[in-house]
Design a binder for this molecule. Structure first.
Ligand SMILES: Nc1nc2c(ncn2[C@@H]2O[C@H](COP(=O)(O)OP(=O)(O)O)[C@@H](O)[C@H]2O)c(=O)[nH]1
Ligand SMILES: Nc1ncnc2c1ncn2[C@@H]1O[C@H](COP(=O)(O)OP(=O)(O)O)[C@@H](O)[C@H]1O
Length: 204
């Protein structure tokens, strides 16, 4: 029997909406999914670990990876590069595993171009006011950066139509459950299509 390819899920949305938080909640539940660890040129934060949170690269190393076409997508975000390793994702999908990306909007739109069969999930804040609170409470940004990020968020929210699903991140556990339901329902959808196709062949 031919092994079915895995599905690719992309969780994206504006900065500060809670992508990282929701992703961690989903993975704490030990789902049957492979998380794609990104590469970045940003400094390693306290508590972060190489190969668990990110693969940390110099700008030079990252630019070599770009030239060698080793990234499925990449984006420059607040003066740092972030990108998804192509080989890991393709290998897991071919081996039949589902892969989960948590990336910003520019990168998600690149994946959409190259990988339209992916399942694109947009995480939306309950309101812009709440988004501002979340960015400020995270405390890693100056007031000017908060303002820039909010303006950027408005442009990013306009890209929502390009996505298959929208999930409001009102409560972390609730949002994580909604994303898990989407994953389940995409599997059911695929099984149904496969079943109908098999039936069709039987009739012939
Ligand atoms: N395009 C792209 N974005 C990524 C990737 N990995 C992480 N990001 C996004 O980069 C942004 C900054 O991430 P990070 O520096 O960890 O800070 P955070 O704002 O605390 O999550 C977040 O929106 C992440 O979702 C990637 O591989 N590609
Ligand atoms: N549902 C939520 N309710 C309240 N605060 C949240 C929620 N989701 C995330 N946060 C908080 O918002 C801030 C931004 O979350 P983070 O996961 O870093 O966002 P992103 O990865 O999208 O930039 C963090 O301080 C996080 O604890």
């Amino acid at each position: 029997m031919i092994k079915q390819k895995g599905l690719l899920f992309i969780l994206s949305g504006p900065s500060g909406v809670g992508k990282g938080t929701v992703r961690k909640e989903i993975f704490a539940r030990k789902p049957d999914l492979k998380y794609s660890i990104s590469m970045t040129t940003r400094e390693r934060r306290k508590g972060e670990r190489e190969g668990i949170d990110y693969y940390y690269k110099t700008r030079e190393e990252f630019e070599t990876l770009i030239k060698q076409n080793k990234l499925l997508e990449y984006a420059e975000y607040v003066n740092n590069y972030y990108g998804t390793p192509r080989e890991f994702v393709e290998k897991q999908l071919t081996d039949g595993y589902d892969v989960f990306l948590e990336i910003e909007v520019q990168g998600a739109l690149q994946v959409k171009k190259n990988f339209p069969e992916g399942v694109f999930i947009f995480l939306l804040p309950p309101s812009l006011e709440e988004l501002k609170n979340r960015i400020m409470h995270r405390g890693t940004e100056s007031l000017e950066l908060v303002r820039n990020r909010l303006n950027e968020a408005k442009n990013e929210i306009n890209m929502m139509d390009a996505y298959d699903y929208v999930v409001v991140n009102d409560d972390v556990r609730h949002a994580a459950s909604k994303v898990q339901s989407i994953i389940q329902s995409e599997h059911l959808k695929r099984e149904r299509v496969a079943y109908q196709y098999k039936k069709l062949l039987e009739v012939e």
